[in-house]
Design a protein around this ligand. Structure first.
Ligand SMILES: Nc1ncnc2c1ncn2[C@@H]1O[C@H](COP(=O)(O)OP(=O)(O)OP(=O)(O)O)[C@@H](O)[C@H]1O
Ligand SMILES: [Mg+2]
Length: 847
């Protein structure tokens, strides 16, 4: 229960006469200061205070309110414990609360000065002197009043913790002292400051005091505002977006309409964060996602960005497969996949060994060069399997411009990354074995310059920051193992060739083909056709015939195709239940594949006048060509047909000049050269032919035509001729000898300077082919013509009889002589002698 006592009207002397002393009950205040005109509720708890209040109410007198100097002081016994100046207040209402405390509403009346206590028990009765409020005027006071009013307004506007009406109230107070006192309402003011304000009796001073207080407060508020706005803008960036996005999500969830674009953006953002990209690239991707979220979903731009980010996300930035570096295991796998190729396998293993020892060593790019179907691509796959890496393949043949390798800029409609990046994505790891097929076909029909882009890809110094036009961010290709393949070495741009370690695969002998057929191709095709060895058997003669009469190639691709043909037919018979087992012999070959397509040997059947057999290397491997010469009446000295290139024409001319210079020894009458025109024709499929290595063949055919002496039908030859009749070395010897052997030649004439290459010729071939090593044209004539012209004297040539062991290679004449020799069969730039040897061993890309 609370009891409210309305106080009766207090005696009408208020404000009390200033200057007079009075004796009044006193309440000591803690932490508050009461000002004249202020109406405030007071919570009074201390017994002394309650009694003082009651006394005042009972007497109908005002009360003295004075603040304690020390707020925590419980009992006040002396006047000195209180401040000197306090307030005379009227009690408007007193409410007795149940806990014995009292709540009073008091209204300040006038300042008073505390003189001393008359009594301090049971409550304080104090002697006080009332202070007169002076009426201040004058210009300065007016100016101060205005300024304080303005300050109050500004204070309120800057966000002071006071009600906004305070500004209006301030405008309406004209009494300067009151205006100053009003500032005491501000919660920003401390008790001490309020007390100081109360004690400042001089109005002029008081205004100055509040003015300085307000000035400070305004400054503080402004500063606070500034700091807050800074903090807020900081938060804007990081959190605002997050909060908004969360809110958006919540709203969408509430509405049950998840925005598909937003969902997609969120998903994309998550994917970007999980893709393991390098930091800058992730930042880049996030930027794109943000951009996407700002574009209306109907805009085509959204699709473009989505595709772009999808590309970034799907690349194997940090997915690396572990290498198997166990060389024994690698060797086993290489043997499992390929027959023979010992030298090649050895070099691959050496290469892997180096890589396993020094991961960081930037090894050159491997390049497998050789005719079709010799297993270049499948070797690449094997290398990948041996190392435990992923395998991808990209054909450079038919690529038209740089953008196919490096991609189109995103500004193009439908732009995509180039094929390098596409393949890396397919691989799914950043260290696949990456096969670049048909490097020799690059630069043949190019609009841009793709080989420069390819250079960047292959250069170990640059490819760790490979730039794709579409991606716009670098991708590290340095872990990729690149293997290039091609049929010929010559057409590969020198700058590219320079970065490659060339490994030649010249082609297989007949025996090797049969082995490959039996051990690899037949089992493979059996499996492909759902057959087993129980269903099919090949006789040995059928295998030989298959290789000789149904295929004509350096590799084994046609062989594989023919085997597949046979399997298809057998599979049908087995499936139809007609046969359970088929033994393939010659008769069956005929039945399945038709009559033999190639005759064994394409050499002349008889010894011919004016015809000689040359050896060439083409894209499909070594081959034999006939060179035909006829002599007819006429004034011209030469007609050359068969699409012969410039080098070949010059070579024919050199041959003819040598013949004219040696007409006597050869038994040719001088007039013959004036009376007759020579027609040299090199048939064979209308394929353009060039290169110097048919030199001795053409010269031989010409001698035969002039002298009427026939040429041995089973002798094939290759070699370049000089004006003085010297025979210079040529390239591609192994391929050429394989071809000679396949066509049934019993002897091959070759330059003595190619002796070092004989080591590569399998014994199996040498058993059937006699090798004649010559230095000069006389020796060629001596061995190739059926009869030697009477007056010709040739130094004996070095002959390796069939099956005879090959001598330790006699040091061949230094290659230097050759380099830079016009028309020499040597590429212009060869870095090292080792490279030179490897190039020389198989080069000879032209006839
Ligand atoms: N030594 C070999 N042992 C087993 N199989 C072989 C051998 N050489 C080639 N092959 C097989 O011959 C087929 C053709 O080989 P591949 O495709 O690798 O030829 P390529 O050299 O890449 O030809 P191209 O120049 O036309 O691309 C493949 O099936 C391959 O497995
Ligand atoms: Mg291939």
């Amino acid at each position: 229960m609370t009891e409210t006592i309305e106080t009766e009207e207090q005696n009408e002397q208020s404000p009390e006469d200033p200057g007079t002393t009075r004796e009044l009950p006193l309440v000591a205040l803690r932490e508050t200061v009461i000002f004249p005109e202020m109406i405030v509720p007071l919570q009074v708890g201390r017994d002394k205070s309650v009694q003082a209040l009651n006394k005042a109410v009972a007497d109908g007198s005002p009360i003295a309110l004075v603040t304690q100097r020390q707020a925590d002081r419980e009992d006040i016994g002396e006047a000195s414990e209180l401040y000197e100046v306090g307030t005379l207040a009227k009690i408007a209402q007193v409410v007795q609360l149940q806990d014995g405390t009292v709540r009073a509403i008091v209204q300040g009346q006038q300042r008073l000065r505390l003189l001393d206590f008359t009594e301090s028990e049971p409550f304080i009765l104090a002697r006080v002197e009332l202070v007169e409020e002076e009426t201040a005027s004058g210009l300065e006071v007016q100016a101060l009043v205005r300024s304080v009013q303005g300050q109050i307004e500004q204070y309120v506007q800057s966000g002071a913790p006071v009600p906004p009406e305070a500004a209006v109230a301030a405008r309406n107070i004209t009494e300067p002292g009151l205006l100053a006192d009003m500032v005491a309402y501000s919660p920003d003011m401390s008790t001490e400051q309020r007390q100081e304000l109360l004690e400042t009796i001089d109005v002029h001073e008081r205004l100055k005091l509040v003015s300085s207080f307000l000035g400070r407060q305004i400054e503080i508020l402004d500063l606070k505002g500034k700091i807050q706005s800074e903090v807020k803008s900081e938060m804007d960036k990081t959190q605002r977006e997050y909060i908004l996005r969360e809110q958006l999500k919540a709203i969408q969830r509430e509405l049950g309409e998840d925005d598909p674009q937003q969902a997609e953006i969120n998903e994309l953002r998550e994917k970007v964060e999980q893709a393991g990209m390098p930091e800058e690239i992730q930042a880049r991707a996030i930027k794109e996602v943000d951009r996407m979220s700002r574009i209306p979903s109907a805009s085509p731009e959204v699709g473009v960005i989505r595709t772009y980010v999808d590309w970034l996300v799907s690349l194997p930035w940090n997915v690396t497969s572990d290498d198997r570096l166990d060389l024994k295991e690698a060797a086993k796998i290489l043997d499992e996949d390929h027959h023979g190729l010992e030298k090649v396998k050895e070099r691959i293993l050496e290469y892997l060994a180096v890589r396993s020892l020094a991961d960081k060593i930037r090894s050159p790019i491997l390049a497998f060069i050789g005719p079709p179907g010799v297993g270049k691509t499948s070797l690449g796959k094997s290398v990948a399997r041996a190392m435990g890496r992923k395998f991808v393949r990209m054909s450079l043949g038919g690529i038209h411009d740089e953008a196919e390798i490096r991609g189109h800029r995103r500004t193009y409609i439908g732009a995509l990354p180039g094929r390098i990046i596409q393949n890396v994505k397919t691989a799914g790891t950043n260290n696949p074995v990456f096969m670049l097929d048909e490097v020799d076909k690059i630069g043949m029909d190019f609009r841009g310059d793709p080989s420069s882009a390819l250079l960047e890809v292959l250069d170990p110094e640059q490819n760790n920051t490979f730039q794709d036009n579409y991606l716009e961010v670098p991708f590290d290709l340095s872990r990729v193992l690149f293997i290039a393949t091609g049929n010929l070495l010559d057409p590969i741009p020198p700058a590219l060739r320079d970065r490659m370690e060339i490994i030649q695969l010249p082609g297989y002998t007949q025996q090797e083909k049969i082995e490959i057929g039996k051990r690899f191709l037949i089992p493979k095709q059996l499996e492909n056709h759902g057959l087993t060895l129980k269903n099919v058997d090949f006789t040995d003669t059928a295998m030989v015939e298959l290789v000789q009469a149904y295929t004509h190639e350096a590799g084994v691709r046609s062989l594989e195709r023919e085997i597949a043909n046979i399997m298809r037919k057998i599979a049908r018979q087995v499936a139809e239940g007609r046969k359970r087992k088929v033994t393939v012999d010659s008769k069956k070959l005929n039945e399945y594949l038709g009559p033999p397509r190639f005759e064994y040997g394409e050499l002349e059947k008889e010894n011919q006048i004016g015809s000689a057999t040359g050896l060439v290397v083409t894209e499909v491997g070594g081959d034999v060509v006939a060179v035909e010469v006829t002599r007819m009446p006429g004034k011209e000295d030469f007609i050359l047909t068969g699409q012969l290139g410039e080098v070949m024409r010059e070579s024919a001319r050199a041959g003819l000049s040598w013949i004219r210079a040696h007409a006597d020894e050869l038994g040719i009458e001088r007039e013959a050269f004036e009376k007759y025109t020579l027609h040299i024709h090199v048939p064979a499929g209308g394929i353009p032919k060039d290169g110097p290595s048919a030199g001795i063949t053409m010269a031989l055919a010409m001698v035969s035509a002039f002298t009427g002496i026939p040429v041995h039908k089973d002798t094939a030859m290759t070699g370049e001729i000089t004006l003085r009749g010297r025979v210079l070395p040529i390239g591609g010897l192994k391929s050429k000898i394989l071809a000679a052997h396949l066509s049934g030649a019993g002897a091959v004439i070759l330059p003595l300077k190619n002796q070092k290459d004989l080591i590569d010729i399998p014994l199996e071939i040498r058993k059937q082919v006699k090798l004649i090593l010559v230095e000069s044209m006389d020796q060629v004539l001596e061995h190739a013509l059926v009869r030697v012209p009477k007056r010709l004297e040739a130094k004996p040539a070095e002959v390796v009889e069939k099956g005879e062991p090959i001598d330790e290679v006699s040091p061949a004449a230094p290659d230097k002589v050759l380099r830079g020799f016009p028309g020499a069969d040597q590429p212009p730039a060869i870095a090292s002698s080792k490279a030179a040897r490897s190039v020389a061993a198989g080069r000879g890309t032209r006839g």
